[in-house]
Design a binder for this molecule. Structure first.
Ligand SMILES: [Mg+2]
Length: 105
């Protein structure tokens, strides 16, 4: 999958969520940030299960698929937050990657 395909999906999803929850485009940042916290919690639960650090009931519901799904939720929700804040994700990532690379020179 190309990164642009993901960004286009997020743009469409941002519009669908705004319509579904009756939020003006660009004004859902608080709800989406709280949702990001929820998704990070779900990813943490999957990582605990992956490391066999959960109760048996939770271990039985966990798999590599559910771990991957929660990781995807975090990525998509992060991009939804960025979209709500009109952050240019490509530029932000490029600058951050340059900064990280500079640590090794
Ligand atoms: Mg989730």
């Amino acid at each position: 999958m190309e990164f642009n395909e993901l960004l286009e999906f997020v743009t469409v999803e941002n519009k669908r969520l705004s319509a579904k929850y009756n939020v003006e485009p660009g004004h859902g940042v608080l709800a989406r940030t709280v949702k990001l916290g929820e998704e990070v919690g779900e990813l943490c639960a999957e990582i605990l299960a992956h490391q066999s650090l959960q109760r048996t009931e939770k271990l039985e519901k966990s798999s590599n698929d559910t771990l991957s799904e929660e990781l995807a939720d975090v990525l998509i929700t992060t991009l939804l937050v960025a979209g709500s804040l009109n952050v240019d994700v490509k530029t932000a990532l490029r600058k951050k990657m340059e900064k990280i690379n500079a640590r090794y020179h």
